[in-house]
Ligand binder design. Structure first.
Ligand SMILES: O=C(O)CCC(=O)C(=O)O
Ligand SMILES: [Fe+2]
Length: 306
């Protein structure tokens, strides 16, 4: 599955406004098929913001993968605060989130009104030779699923920007979930995940009892249980990691790329300083809902999963 460069689009919008609706729809179709959209030098951060960001350091902990920011609540996590202007960092991340929102509203117009903003992140650590543990490793090919934020079938749409002044960010991608799920989903435990959760009643009772104490138990749907399992299964599957098809991509400094990371297996090999902004998108907003992981997995499992 390929990388598609979008050259007809600039800060002023689509070059030929007569075709804007058609082009935006085609972008959505391509993303939903598992292609990656590339904007080679869309001006999404300023030189000043770039200079500032390349001086930011992350907390030294192997548990924290990157600096994350909830742009709606204004909550920042993972930053090494000493010597850093936290307000300036929040401003840079808010600015990035706002500009991605404005870009998405035009470039992916069919999703306008349906995009649910999730987290924004900054990734200041060099990825080559990073010392993360098993399931957290991003150099192993995987699809995304978030243990702390259940998707319940919604899509995971991510925008990335390479902020490094001179080095590319290097990814591998592989065949899409649409291609690999028919051969691998049952082996990965789809039937088991699709069965009613034996502990469901117990969990409902526990949830009710813990709520007054301010403790929230996560509600994972069968879809979330499977996607988390599939994420782990792919990372732990040495044969898949070795033999799967591999497409290499070098995202140049200044590039922004967009991808449904629940559909496209990916890994990052090298690169430092990237910005990223995530949305959840309901399947009902897809232009080709039949291409969503939820629908694909439901047709393999022959049962509803969300
Ligand atoms: O940081 C990147 O380039 C991608 C890492 C990744 O796979 C992820 O955050 O899920
Ligand atoms: Fe990922």
């Amino acid at each position: 599955m390929g990388l598609v460069e979008i050259s007809e689009f600039s800060v002023e919008g689509w070059r030929d406004p007569r075709f804007a609706a058609e082009r935006a729809r085609l972008c959505c179709e391509r993303l939903e098929r598992g292609e990656i959209l590339l904007l080679r030098d869309f001006p999404i951060i300023s030189q000043e913001e770039r200079d500032f960001l390349t001086g930011v350091r992350q907390t030294a902990s192997s548990f924290i993968k990157n600096i994350s920011y909830d742009s709606q609540a204004g909550r920042l996590r993972g930053v090494a605060r000493r010597g850093i202007d936290v307000q300036a960092l929040k401003r840079a991340l808010t600015g990035y989130a706002d500009r991605v929102n404005a870009l998405a509203a035009q470039l992916l117009a069919p999703y306008a009104g349906a995009l649910q903003v999730d987290l924004t992140s900054f990734r200041p650590i060099e990825e080559r030779g990073r010392n993360l543990r098993g399931r957290s490793r991003n150099d192993l090919i995987h699809i995304d699923s978030f243990p702390t934020r259940p998707a319940r079938g919604r899509r995971i749409l991510r925008f990335f920007t390479n902020v490094h002044p001179s080095e590319p960010r290097v990814w591998i991608t592989s065949e899409t979930l649409a291609a690999i799920a028919p051969r691998m989903a049952l082996d990965a435990g789809l039937a088991d995940c699709a069965k009613p959760d034996g502990l469901a009643r117990l969990k409902t009772v526990a949830r009710g009892a813990l709520r007054p104490l301010g403790i929230k138990l996560r509600e994972r749907s069968p879809y979330d249980r499977f996607m988390l399992r599939f994420h782990d299964y792919l990372k732990a599957n040495a044969m898949f990691q070795r033999d799967c098809r591999k497409d290499f991509h070098e995202f140049p400094p200044g590039a922004t790329w967009i991808v449904f990371t629940d559909m496209v297996p990916h890994a990052v090999l090298s690169g430092q300083y990237a910005l990223e902004h995530t949305y959840f998108v309901p399947v009902s907003a897809m232009v080709t809902p039949e291409n969503s992981p939820l629908r694909i997995l439901e047709s393999i499992a022959r049962s509803p999963l969300a």
